[in-house]
Design a protein around this ligand. Structure first.
Ligand SMILES: Nc1ncnc2c1ncn2[C@@H]1O[C@H](COP(=O)(O)OP(=O)(O)O)[C@@H](O)[C@H]1O
Ligand SMILES: [Mg+2]
Length: 327
């Protein structure tokens, strides 16, 4: 019999709401967001730009902008509510147990420190390794992320490396302490297509090898489809649908998901048949309808204005939040 690793819930975001107080009003960026991730699972979060994907990532990591306020909810990591622990404890967990791979690798790296040293800094902050062992581990990590000639590259500065190489370094930094959860927020934006695939392959290969839970945030449905076990679809600060990847593509239940799929280029699709999603995301500062997709939706009815939204279970672990889902 083949060995199957036990999956258990590692992260449980429970009815999380986040607001930003701005001079022009309160932005209700996330409302009642619940997300579960099991150990070893690769979960994708998809949705148009502005739907709240990064805000969710920052809230989980405890690095929300100062204007951002968590107004309700819990973020349970291995049973501990990250919103209740001391800042110093959270800082200790960050980088060690949960880590993040960002959209802009150059901005995440210190331009005036050698990349090998930057990896050692993380190891020094979170492990008891002696200096020699830290150097060995840094070299090992550089070769793990397939940076050729690690002992020479150890001494390189970020601006001596290409964008793809910098992203490999930030992956090495994120994985330095073998975290249990990694959040990759648009990790391939700005990279050319070949490098994108190499970086994604690398993240997924390392995640699988170390049984790490991975939250992959992307506006690119094609990338999400290729790499994720399960997908979460966000629209304007709400989760509208969650399902296994294949199930979501074969039977999208939420009108937004169906439109998102229809708007996504794929190798077999004729570009002329791509259908753009009508309208724009609503302004999150104003009065918002119960369903934030209501004004863009061709299935909407008066029910959508009257009945509070509830998540419905359709089929096998397929969740949709809509009054008129596709059956
Ligand atoms: N610091 C901030 N101040 C005010 N509004 C913000 C701030 N950060 C994000 N937002 C708002 O929160 C919403 C979600 O943003 P974001 O999570 O960055 O979207 P995504 O990552 O899905 O593109 C947007 O309406 C954005 O304008
Ligand atoms: Mg973002």
């Amino acid at each position: 019999m083949q060995f199957k690793p036990i999956r258990e819930t590692l992260l449980a975001v429970d009815r999380l709401s986040v607001e930003f107080r701005t001079r022009t009003g309160t932005v209700r960026a996330l409302e009642n967001i619940s997300v579960d991730i099991q150990t070893g699972e690769i979960v994708g979060i998809v949705g148009e730009s502005g739907s709240g994907k990064s805000v969710l990532a920052f809230a989980i990591m405890g690095i929300l902008d100062r204007a951002g306020k968590i107004t309700s909810g819990r973020i349970l990591f291995d049973g501990t509510d990250l919103l209740k622990i001391k800042r110093s404890q959270l800082r200790q967990k960050r980088g060690k147990e949960l880590s993040m791979i960002c959209q802009n690798p150059r901005a995440a790296l210190n331009p005036i420190r050698k990349i090998g040293r930057q990896i050692e800094d993380v190891l020094q902050a979170h492990t008891n390794l002696a200096s020699k062992q830290r150097r060995e581990r840094a070299l090992e990590l550089l070769s793990l992320v397939r940076i050729g000639d690690p002992s020479r590259r150890y001494c390189a500065y970020p601006d001596e490396l290409s964008g793809g190489m910098c992203q490999r370094v930030t992956i090495a930094l994120a994985l330095a302490c073998s975290p249990r959860l990694a959040i990759a927020d648009e990790p391939t934006t700005g990279l050319d297509v070949t490098t994108q695939a190499a970086v994604m392959d690398l993240i997924v290969e390392l995640a699988t090898k170390t049984h790490m839970a991975t939250l992959l945030i992307t506006h690119d449905l094609e990338i999400a489809a290729q790499y994720c076990d399960r997908l979460i679809v966000m629209h304007a600060g709400h989760i509208v649908e969650t399902a296994k990847t294949a199930d979501l593509f074969q039977h999208p239940r939420h009108p937004y998901t169906a439109k998102l799929i229809a708007a996504t280029p794929a190798p077999e699709k004729d570009l002329a048949h791509l259908v753009p999603i009508p309208g724009n995301l609503p302004d999150l500062r104003g009065e918002l309808p119960l369903c934030r997709f209501r004004h863009r939706c061709d299935r909407a009815s008066s029910q959508c204005d009257e009945i509070p939204l509830e998540q419905k279970l359709i089929g096998n672990n397929h969740l949709v939040t809509c009054q008129h889902p596709f059956e």
